[in-house]
Design a protein around this ligand. Structure first.
Ligand code: ATP
Ligand code: MG
Ligand code: MG
Length: 379
């Protein structure tokens, strides 16, 4: 019996555990909070990764370890990797945890990026704004997610406000200034690389964010094939450079027929949730196969798919369940403003059918605003 350890017990760990059940896998989740939603399906150690006793117990009970949470300190991941196989590697994790290291690697690999500069003082912020220009966006280098730890500057006059908001973090997690990209669309490549180096990508996904949080994903993204191929080639180059093992997502902006890389998520990704029903093999199943050294499953799509995120509280499931291609995912979390509590995936055989399904679901749930951009992209 193989036990997979997962650091972090959120919905990603939960969906990993659900998808690993048919493979006969056991799971052990470690999280700082006792009510982490993966705990409903897997035994859990409640503890902090800085607590060596808890981490040692975790290590002693698992055959291989992976992450649901990308911000596990690289030192904790390294400590664990000295005791049990850990995928992705602590080195790959360390790069993806730091927006500066990540963007520098993108650039070194010839992957286009928005202009960026490290910021460690008010003076260096001023210099960075002078070089990059406005609009621009100041971000924490580490620990940001769902658009948290970001400040948008419309003009150089916003310098003080930006420094007031994030300046204290310049010497703790570090800061980076990036040029603001007036993108036409955002896409992501969700891909997997096996222990033997085999690489597979799912068809690329178009994503819509609201207030920095993913709202909807559509696959395949309605972009031309050359752009999609270039995005996948960038993802492959990154995976190879990092000797990456497991699933990851590369987020990119599309502007004027060109791609600019935004960030790398070193884990299964929200924009890949549609793969559960919309693909031959889901991202969760392929992540487990990759970390266990098993053959990877095909990543081809089964029809067209749209994922809608439920933020804050769950809507009524019936409008989605009434659809022939409607699939419901309730993460079993308490409602809380801004929290990802679930999602739905709608699948159809053609873009027209998917658009019609989204219209019906959007109307019944009073979520026309959420589905409208996806419907527009399908037409
Ligand atoms: P995630 O939850 O995806 O990990 P995050 O907090 O790491 O989010 P980003 O992905 O960097 O943050 O930013 C969140 C969203 O903010 C992006 O998907 C995009 O919509 C917008 N954004 C971020 N950086 C830029 C930029 N340089 N130009 C334009 N928009 C941006
Ligand atoms: Mg991120
Ligand atoms: Mg992002």
């Amino acid at each position: 019996m193989t036990t997979v350890g997962i650091l972090g017990g959120g919905q990603l760990a939960r969906m990993l555990a659900l998808s690993g059940a048919p493979l006969g896998l056991r799971f052990l989740v470690m999280d700082t909070v006792a009510d982490a939603c993966a705990g409903q399906f897997a035994p859990m150690i409640v503890g902090d990764w800085r607590d060596e006793t808890a981490l040692a117990e975790f290590a002693s009970r698992v055959d291989v370890a992976t992450f649901d949470f990308e911000n596990v300190p690289a030192e904790a991941a390294q400590w664990l990797a000295e005791r049990v196989p850990v995928f992705p590697s602590p080195t790959a994790l360390a790069v993806a945890q730091d927006r500066l290291a990540e963007k520098t690697l993108f650039r070194d690999l010839g992957i286009p990026v928005p202009p960026f500069a490290a910021v460690d003082s008010r003076a260096s912020l001023e210099a960075a704004i002078a070089r990059i220009g406005t609009p621009c966006i100041l971000k924490t280098r580490r620990l940001g997610y769902d658009g948290k730890g970001q400040f948008r500057l419309k003009s150089p006059g916003d310098l003080d406000a930006a420094w007031d908001a994030l300046g204290v973090q310049a010497t703790t997690v570090g800061l980076i200034l990036e040029g603001f990209v007036a993108f036409e669309s955002e896409v992501s490549v969700v891909a997997v690389r096996g222990r033997d180096g085999e690489f597979r990508a799912w068809p690329i996904t178009q994503n819509w964010h609201v207030d920095g949080v993913l709202s909807a994903s559509l696959a395949p993204a309605p972009v031309d094939a050359a752009l999609a191929d270039a995005a996948v080639a960038h993802a492959r180059a990154l995976a190879e450079a990092l000797s990456y093992v497991g699933v990851f997502a590369l987020e990119l902006f599309c502007r004027g027929g060109e791609l600019l890389a935004n960030e790398l998520a070193p884990r299964v990704h929200n924009s890949g949730h549609w793969t559960i029903e919309g693909s031959e093999t889901s991202q969760f199943q392929n992540h487990l196969r990759a970390v266990l050294g098993l053959p990877l499953g095909a990543t081809r799509m089964v029809g067209e798919a749209c994922m809608l995120n439920w933020i804050g509280e769950m809507p009524d499931a019936r409008a989605v369940l009434a659809e022939p291609g409607g699939h419901w995912h309730d993460y079993g979390k308490e409602s809380r403003a801004g929290r990802k509590v679930g999602h739905a995936t709608l699948r159809a055989d053609t873009p027209q059918e998917l658009a019609a399904t989204l219209e019906r679901v959007g109307k019944s749930l009073g979520r026309e605003v959420q589905v409208q951009p996806v419907i527009a992209a399908l037409r």
